[in-house]
Design a binder for this molecule. Structure first.
Ligand code: MN
Length: 480
């Protein structure tokens, strides 16, 4: 990349993001939407586009799309319209896709997200509802088609060209995924194609006001690939301009394995699709009841929750970010705090011990064998001096495997922190008596104090209260 001077150029990026809605049936029929079903089993006459069938909109899909619109401050169009988008492709049995064109369900929204230490905001042009196509499968010399995905509901979220770097685009996309997960409208799983992204990229000289021709890179299916594909496209375009050539408006396909893109077709315009209002469907009316139900289903959103955790509960911005990444984890944390755990300490335990175990086992926070109330009890036992921090980690491991409460384990195994001064003094005197050479060298080498504390901790099986041991040792070594 050393042959181009990127600093002179400003990238201009907009993303079109398709998100599969987690409904049980398809957008216009009763056919199931289960992922991974045997090919062509989730089909019926409507998804196969057989003659004489009529589509019936799925109310849940519309509700989910309205939720996304409300969560991103869109204007919800009370009467919107489905439109036919005509194109030929083997996986599109009707020869057209039912989508929305000039009267989409949601318009003029925004997505806010923290990035590189500041709050960023990207405008949304629109969010519309449409059906997915099927899938072509290329097996050796043969090409097969699977219609399971045909007519599965999607929302297409179209951003304005407000993004200025590949990393910012990826962060925007992460916020979109957090939003759809918090809203419960999609699993946002990029591996399974529940979220797919097309990136519109152009570059212009810094200070230039007009946009230059853009390219669209299709179907980029991971955050890593979004960044890589956009960065690659920025460099490709800058290189062309610096050689005195021009950028042609076109659709390109990203090859994730080779890390390059190739021209797929010259960019199509809306008129190429011969859009017209879908004659088989009446206008889509969002009545007051649906709007109210969609609004009522919206939980506290990730950004608001993150700010509440940092500003309200005093967590660092980093901790607040980790804990609000998934709604379930944020719920777990809040339940522990509600059960009496100190917020910062609960945050530490969740991020270190709990997440490590959950990640190791591939479990979700709601499946954790240590309930939030049990974690709160453990944190309180450390706070009140019953349990040393070191032993608490062992107790946590036992709680995780057995599902038992902290107090039950501590009492059964005799793990209470020893704060009994008589017992501790006896232990301290024995350690000092056993190590006369070290005791003699202590005045010129104060670091040896650590050695003595360590010996007492060892002698008490790690159960001694360390500040108390320090205090008693000083007294004993001073000849007290
Ligand atoms: Mn689309």
């Amino acid at each position: 990349m050393a042959d181009v001077d990127l600093a002179k150029w400003e990238p201009v990026i907009g993303l079109e993001c398709h998100v599969q809605l987690a409904t049980r049936s398809k957008l216009f029929s009763w056919a199931p939407t289960t992922f991974g079903a045997p090919p062509n089993t989730n089909v019926e006459p409507v998804s196969l586009g057989l003659p004489g069938v009529l589509p019936v909109p799925n109310r849940t899909a519309i509700d989910y799309a309205v939720r996304m619109g409300l969560a991103t401050d869109c204007t919800i169009r009370r009467v919107s319209r489905f439109a036919r988008k005509q194109y030929f492709y083997p996986d599109l049995p009707k020869g057209y896709q039912i989508s929305q064109f000039d009267e989409p369900l949601c318009e003029h929204g925004r997505v806010r997200f923290p990035f590189a230490g500041t709050m960023h905001e990207v405008s949304l042009v629109r969010i519309h509802v449409e059906e997915d196509a099927g899938k072509s499968v290329h097996a050796g010399a043969r090409s097969l088609v699977d219609f399971n995905r045909a007519s599965v509901p999607l929302v297409e979220i179209v951003s304005a060209p407000d993004l200025r770097s590949a990393a910012e685009a990826a962060e925007y996309l992460r916020m979109v995924r957090r939003l759809v997960r918090y809203l419960g409208i999609s699993d946002g799983n990029m591996d399974e194609g529940s979220m797919r992204c097309d990136a519109n990229v152009s570059v212009r000289l810094r200070g230039e006001r007009e946009y230059r021709p853009r390219t669209e890179t299709k179907n980029v299916n991971s955050f890593k690939n979004v960044e890589a594909a956009i960065d690659h496209e920025i460099v490709r375009q800058v290189r062309l301009y610096e050689r005195g050539q021009t950028v042609v408006q076109q659709t390109r396909l990203w090859d994730a394995e080779r890390g390059v893109s190739a021209a797929m077709r010259s960019k199509e315009e809306a008129h190429d699709y011969r859009y017209f209002p879908e004659p088989d469907l009446p206008p889509l009316v969002i009545d007051d009841a649906l709007l109210a139900a969609s609004r009522a289903a919206i939980p506290e959103l990730p950004l608001a929750r993150r700010l509440r955790f940092s500003e309200g509960l005093g967590l660092s911005d980093y901790d607040a970010g980790v804990l609000t990444e998934e709604r379930e984890l944020a719920d777990y944390f809040e339940a522990a705090v509600a059960a009496g755990a100190d917020a910062k300490k609960a945050a530490n335990w969740i991020q270190s011990e709990l997440l490590r175990e959950l990640n190791r086992e591939g479990k979700r926070p709601a499946e954790a064998p240590v309930a939030p109330g049990a974690l709160a009890e453990l944190v309180r036992l450390i706070d009140d001096g019953t349990l040393s921090g070191k032993i608490a980690k062992d107790v946590f491991a036992k709680m995780y495997t057995s599902g038992e409460g902290a107090r039950a384990i501590v009492e059964r195994e005799g793990l209470l922190q020893v704060s009994d001064t008589v017992a501790l003094e006896a232990a301290c005197r024995k350690v000092v008596a056993d190590h006369p050479k070290e005791a003699a060298r202590l005045p010129e080498n104060p670091k040896l104090m650590g050695f003595f504390v360590g010996q007492v901790m060892k002698a008490t099986g790690g159960k001694a209260n360390p500040p108390l041991v320090n205090q008693i040792l000083k007294k004993v070594l001073d000849g007290g």
